[in-house]
Design a protein around this ligand. Sequence first.
Ligand code: B1M
Length: 223
Amino acid sequence: MNEILSKLAHCIEVGKIDKTSPYPPAMRDQDGASELTKKALENGIIPNDILENALIPAMANVGNKFSRHEIYVPQMLMSAKAMNGAMIHIKPFFLSGETKRKGTFIIGTVSGDLHDIGKNLVSMMIEGGGWEVIDLGVDVGEDKFMQALEVHPDAFIGLSALLTTTMENMRKIVLTIKEKHPDSRILIGGAPVTEDYCKKIGADFYSPDPQGAVEYLKNCLSL
Ligand code: B1M
């Protein structure tokens, strides 16, 4: 792997946000995820390669270490902060700057779930695809989705969940939305979510990644 990307992946894994960050103590005064992402961009590495070859695999390693009880929640949180420190620099590249929007997309991480990195990536890519994105944040229940739909009745809706427990909350949200807005289009995603689960709960589309979500919206427009 490219040296900058491999250092960047290491910063995500150990939770080194930027040069001024005192954590982890062994990396004091060294570049963190923020500086290395900037360097990667300055060296002509494309944002998608930074994501696919450094940030996402590093977060996957963090999850595996957590599963093996080699790290705990505070370390996971530091990795998430380092990831955000990197994403700040990548975000502008995914925004197209188009003024005329293709439509509105309402997104949130479902009730009980505080994971937002994947959801933010999806928002960013969809916004970059020319859509207005209304990001409701994390721990979002059916009421908040319904309120947003009152204001934007033609919007597409995206639900994200990272826990097998909170994934179940998608079912109620889909049911409530479909009762009042049967023609609405709901797409779902997140690590534990599957195509099969999507069909079971009556959602319209499952995508394992942000690109699939962007493609789905694009295809809906051309129907
Ligand atoms: Co949590 N956590 N966590 N965590 N965490 C996982 C998800 C876990 C798999 C770790 C593990 O055990 N190996 C595990 C879930 C187990 C399970 O249910 N099967 C877990 C757990 C158990 C927990 C807690 C319960 C831990 C505890 O407190 N004991 C707790 C729950 C808190 C809560 O939500 N109520 C918790 C807390 C946290 C932190 C707060 C510390 C932090 C989140 C910080 C944040 O998001 N701001 C955190 C983190 C960082 C993780 C891991 C390490 C990384 C998640 C991540 O950001 N991945 C994660 C392990 C892992 O995933 N390997 C883990 C990177 C991100 C780019 O991927 O979110 O999957 P992801 O998104 C992808 C796709 O899924 C897709 O696109 C994205 C890009 O490819 N996608 C969509 C996502 N949403 C989509 C929507 C779409 C389409 C595609 O359409 C709408």
